[in-house]
Structures are given as C-alpha cells and as structure tokens.
Design a protein around this ligand. Structure first.
Ligand code: SAH
Length: 395
C-alpha cells in the first residue's frame, strides 16, 4: 500500500477506528506522510504505525472516510465486491424481485461500507450521488463495477453529484449520464406508478426512504379526510387514495412538485375527484384547518443540516406539529417525520411532545417509524440513522 500517503494518528486516537467507525476527524491526526489532495486515497495508521484502514481524504472536519479496515487495494474487483454485497442485501430482503416495486436504494453510504456514496435504482437507471470527492473521482470505476454486478438489469447511470459534493471542493462537477441515456421516467412502488425526474427533481428524484411508511399509511386511510403536507411528488397521497381515503389534499411550496403530484395522481387514479393539490407554504396552509382532516402527514425537509442550528430546527418541528395537534379532528391520526440527521430520535420526540402539550389533547404513540431496510444502518456508525417518524392518535 506504499503508493498511498499515510495518515498517522495522535497517540490513543485509534479507538473509534478499531471499533470500525468509518469517520476519522481531523483533530485525531498527528501527521500526514506524503502530500494529499481532497479525494485522494490514504492509509490510516496508529501512532505506533499499526495499519488501521484505507479511505478517501476530505477537507472538512471528517478528514478521512474509511471504506476498508483491511490492507487492500481499492481496485475494480474491490468495488465489485462492495457493490455485490450491497446488491445481495437488497436481493435477500426481496426488493429486487418484489412485484409492483422496481425502485430501491442500492447503495446507502456508510450503511453499505461505502461512505460518501448514494445510489438509487429506478427501474434500470442508477442515480448516483457522491457526497465525497473521493467517490466522485472514481465514479467511472463505480459504473464499471455496477455494470458487472447488475448485468442486464442496468440500462443507465446518471451522476447527480453537483449539489451533494462538498461546497468548497476544487472541482467542477456537471450532472449527466455516465452510461446509457434517458430511458424511462416511470417507476413503480407497491403498485403505484410514479414519474421520477432524476435530472431536475430533488435528491435523486424520489424519496425512496418512505416506502414502508407510505404502506402503513394506506392501512389507516379508509374513509378519512387526509392532508399530505410537504407532498413532493405525491407518494403519501396515492397511498391514502389506494387505502380508500375519502378526500386527499396534497400541499407543497414547490409549484413543480405540485405539477408532478397532479400528473402522478392522473397516472394512478385518472379523473379521481377525491384529490386536490395546492402550491402553498405549510405554515400558511395550516393556519386555519380546524377540524378539516382526520389524517395529517407532516414530512418536511431537513430543518437542521448542521448541529449549530439544532435548537432552531426543534422549534420548527414544535411549531409545525402544534398546528396539527390543535386542529386535527378528534380521533385523528398524525404521521409526523424528521429526516434531519442531527436531530436524534429523543430530540424529535421531545419536540413533538412539547407540541402535543400545547394543544392539551390526549395523544398516544401508535408507531415509531424509521428508515427502510434498503437504507441500512451500519451498527458501528449510529449517525446513519436519520429518518424518524411517529404515528400518533389524537383524541
Ligand atoms: N413526503 C414526500 C417528501 C417530502 S420532501 C415524499 O414522500 O415523497 C419535502 C418537501 O417539502 C419538498 O417537496 C419541498 O418542496 C417541500 N417544502 C419545503 N419547504 C416547504 C414549506 N415551507 N411549505 C410547504 N412545502 C415545503
């Protein structure tokens, strides 16, 4: 491994890496032997020179993202093994052959031992988002590896890293196809059809992580008047309609999202008058909805992207949820979520608890929700748990 620069830690700073935590923080580094640039591969060593791991260099507080705790050469065969392992997991949990579903997350960063890399699979097209320069510079090799592992299943790979790469990186990424071209924009989840715009849409084009929660929602929707707040492309709305909702209102501040929701509703439920979509701000729309809805979904964007705005974010969750608690019909059900990684399960529950207390209503927790199995959490990297949800019964 001598061809890579060596990162040597301060004395006693190897503990977390010995416990397979994939992040090395800059404060733990004593010296770097050899020059490094952001995205370079380095080997990490304890102060007594013991080998600890191989990873990609970054310039933020996470100085190295470790992808192997063995002294290996990260060549095509290495990445093939990694991607094969990720694919095997999706196969084992039945996602690659589930009737009615052809969209799933293929690679979930640290959860799949590939820190800095997200890949969602949309009915043949893999949409890749590199969150580290290291993953981005090897993207061609990753595409080769995906082709080998997925074979005929893979028809295209779209790189959508321009917005996820570190802000200060000295590279100029341009989004585009690394393999194949635009094929199909339609995917299916639990029998619901969706138009996915990975080129223009948010994240990789679709919020794959809410699949199981949408399914649960459909079980509660029968006969209910439903408000799907922060609807994006309408996922929860169809689940509610599929489940027999009486009426569904979808709301998002993005006009584009509302257009997509309307198109998707038309695709699944042509001419169905139960649905109506509104382009509006959540706080405005929820100003006066007293006793209008039996079931409310609140799935806002991440209110806190960094630890320093945590308390402000918690206030945001409190304010939002209190509007729902105060106005939902008696016997109503609230599905409420947070996808901020820095907001812990406890933080979120406390914010929702405070919101409930303001309304003085009797509230019970029916379900505690999380991210699905294709967004696995590496047990050595608890930070990987990001999606939290509560289903609440409001008397
Ligand atoms: N529930 C969706 C994903 C929600 S993503 C799904 O299952 O697919 C969050 C959405 O919130 C985005 O579409 C964004 O446009 C919208 N949004 C952000 N701020 C908002 C605001 N203040 N009011 C209403 N919608 C907002």
């Amino acid at each position: 491994m001598s061809k890579y620069s060596k990162v040597v830690l301060k004395k006693g700073k190897e503990e977390s890496i010995l416990r397979f935590h994939p992040w090395l923080f800059s404060g733990a580094i004593d010296r770097i032997e050899g020059g490094v640039e952001e995205g370079d591969i380095v080997t990490v060593h304890a102060s007594d020179d013991r080998f600890l791991g191989v990873g990609h260099c970054g310039i933020g507080s996470i100085a190295v993202r470790i992808f192997a705790f063995k002294d290996v050469e990260p060549d095509l065969a290495f990445w093939c093994d990694k991607i094969q392992a990720a694919f095997n997991l999706r196969q084992r949990i039945g996602l690659t052959s589930t009737k009615g579903t052809n969209v799933f997350r293929l690679i979930h960063g640290e959860g799949d031992g590939m820190p800095g890399l997200i890949v969602d699979f949309y009915n043949g097209t893999a949409v890749l988002q590199a969150h580290s320069v290291g993953m981005w510079v090897i993207r061609e090799m990753l595409v080769e590896a995906m082709k080998i592992v997925l074979g005929d299943l893979l028809t295209a790979v779209y790189d959508k890293s321009s917005k996820t790469l570190p802000f200060k990186a000295s590279i100029e990424p341009v989004d585009g196809y690394l393999f194949g071209g635009q094929t199909t924009l339609e995917v299916m989840e639990d029998g619901n059809r969706f138009l996915v715009d990975w080129e223009e849409g948010q994240k990789t084009g679709f919020f794959v992580d809410q699949r199981e929660n949408r399914k649960l929602l459909s079980q509660y929707a029968f006969g209910k008047d439903v408000l799907n707040m922060f609807c994006y492309t309408g996922g929860f709305s169809f689940s509610a309609m599929r489940g027999g909702a009486n009426l569904v209102h979808s709301v998002d501040s993005s006009v584009k999202a509302i257009e997509m929701t309307n198109k998707n509703v038309e695709l699944n439920f042509p001419g169905d008058k139960r649905h109506e979509a509104f382009a509006a701000d959540a706080f405005d729309f929820m100003h006066d909805i007293k006793d209008k809805y039996d079931l409310i979904i609140l799935d806002p964007p991440a209110f806190a992207k960094h630890k320093n705005v945590l308390s402000q974010a918690l206030q945001g969750y409190k304010k939002l949820n209190s509007r729902a608690f105060q106005q939902i019909r008696p016997g109503g059900i609230l599905f409420t979520f947070s996808c901020s990684q820095v907001v812990t399960k406890t933080n979120f529950r406390e914010a929702v608890f405070s919101a409930a207390a303001i309304s003085k209503r009797n509230v019970r927790i029916l379900h505690q929700l999380s991210q699905p199995a294709d967004h696995p959490i590496n047990i050595y990297h608890p930070e990987g748990e990001y999606l939290k949800g509560l289903v609440l019964y409001v008397e």
